[in-house]
Design a protein around this ligand. Structure first.
Ligand code: UD1
Ligand code: CA
Length: 425
């Protein structure tokens, strides 16, 4: 089936009070629009992201991260209906389905979108809108139904009468449309409303007037619909995402000692019998093996690949690194841009100095199998420690160290006999 998506991401996000475009705000190192784009990956063959406010930044992000997405400029931003209409020239003779989503609704899942499309197809629907029930429906568009409970229209909060405001069924902002049938609506929308905008929501009433088959798909789990308009919403969405992800891992055989203080990104895989200790923060894309111990207070920053039986202890930060099996980094370390072998011991306080602030370049550190790094060592990258070599504590390692050697840079210890006693005389 030919399905394309339109993802709305041109709005200003005024309520975020931010210099960052709303859809580029992040949850565990992934942007809000990134979650939406990842969810449609297996469903659609082409995606259009509508950009406008701070368009360049959003465009750059989408281009760098999502091959099958095109950005379409909307200037000025005259509303959600106007946003979708920008794609009309590109889909002139298109006859398939279009899934419309908002870039600020990251909690929706791929499974729900698949069920939604299936519902659209089995109902022989021309236009399906996703709705849900909120005890506190404030800010959302309300679903207005006829006395026979069929759909009538959607009314935005700002346009709603007190009676309409009491309605708890709201518009999720997600639509599935037969493009050929609904496309004419986009040149007929008007901006005769409280916000002076061309509302996408008006396609419901338009569809009814034009005798289309218009339906609502009521989504039971309203958490997935949660749209982010403020920092309060962002924190709430982060909490929901945290709970969802932690539950998935625990059901897969990972022990999470304290789920409420453990944060794991959506793109992190974790093997069975690994234990995640409290106050651990894992962002970006990572792969953690079986029987590992992570934390307490560990920070994995993305691009981290850890094999089985690895220990990443308290106050250890790891970024863009590969760590092989049976290796320990137990305490107070930074491991960045590194390749670490098996059976390596990284002593407390070891730092990979991977960044040159003058050239702004990052360099790699390689620790081969069976290497032992003494406490408080600085490994100045680029540097390679060959198999089995040992580094004495408190060393600053600026050159490669050959196999099975001992390298150390600290000054020899001196003992001045009775020195203190002599001072006190
Ligand atoms: C919108 C819906 C509302 C629904 C809610 C669900 C309309 C008129 N209202 O309200 O019924 O309950 O979403 O979360 O559609 N955008 C553009 N161009 C524009 C304006 C907005 O691309 O000109 C984008 C925004 O970046 C955002 C999305 O559209 O990603 C929704 O806009 P927003 O202003 O957040 O609409 P809501 O007030 O939340
Ligand atoms: Ca919104």
């Amino acid at each position: 089936m030919d399905i394309k998506s339109i993802i709305l991401a041109a709005g200003k996000g005024t309520r975020m009070k931010s210099n960052t475009p709303k859809v580029l705000h992040e949850i565990f190192g992934k942007t809000l629009v990134g979650y939406v784009l990842d969810n449609v990956k297996t469903i659609t063959n082409e995606n259009f992201v509508i950009v406008g406010h701070q368009a360049e930044e959003v465009e750059k992000y989408v281009k760098n991260n999502y091959e099958n997405a095109k950005t379409v400029l909307q200037t000025p931003q005259l509303g959600t209906g106007h946003a979708v209409s920008r794609v009309c020239p590109m889909l002139k003779n298109y006859k398939g389905l279009v899934l419309i989503l908002c870039g600020d609704t990251p909690l929706i899942t791929e499974a729900t979108l698949k069920n939604f499309i299936e519902f659209h197809n089995t109902q022989n629907s021309d236009l399906t809108v996703m709705s849900t029930i909120f005890e506190n429906p404030a800010n959302y568009g309300r679903i207005i139904r006829e006395s026979d409970s069929t759909l009538k229209c959607i009314v935005e909060e700002k346009d709603a009468t007190p009676e309409q405001k009491a309605i708890k069924e709201v518009n999720a902002g997600i639509y599935c449309i037969n493009w050929e049938k609904v496309q004419p609506a986009f040149s007929q929308l008007t901006s005769n409303n409280a916000q002076g905008e061309y509302y996408l929501t008006d396609i419901i009433e338009w569809g009814k007037k034009n005798k289309l088959n218009v339906n609502a798909y009521i989504m039971k789990n309203n958490e997935e619909i949660f749209g982010i308009n403020s920092r309060l919403h962002l924190a709430e969405a982060t909490r929901i995402m945290q709970k969802r992800i932690n539950e998935k891992h625990m059901l897969n055989g990972v022990t999470i000692v304290d789920p409420s203080t453990t944060y794991i990104s959506a793109d992190t895989e974790i093997g069975q019998d690994t234990i995640i200790f409290p106050a651990t923060y894992i962002e970006g894309k990572n792969k953690i093996g079986k029987n590992c111990k992570i934390g307490p207070c560990a920070h994995l920053r993305g691009g981290v690949e850890i094999s089985d039986n690895v220990k990443i202890g308290n106050f250890v930060e790891v970024k863009k690194s590969k760590i092989n099996s049976n290796t320990n980094a137990g305490h107070l370390s930074y491991i960045g841009d590194s390749e670490v072998g098996s059976n390596v011991n990284i002593g407390a306080g070891t730092i990979t100095a991977n960044y040159n602030p003058l050239t702004k370049e990052k360099s790699r550190t390689t620790l081969k199998d069976n290497v032992k790094i003494g406490s408080n060592t600085v490994l100045v990258a680029p540097v390679t420690i060959e198999e089995g070599a040992n580094i004495g504590a408190l060393s600053v390692i600026t050159k490669n160290v050959p196999k099975w050697a001992l390298a150390l840079t600290r000054s020899p210890m001196r003992v001045l006999t009775d020195w203190v006693k002599n001072q006190l005389k």
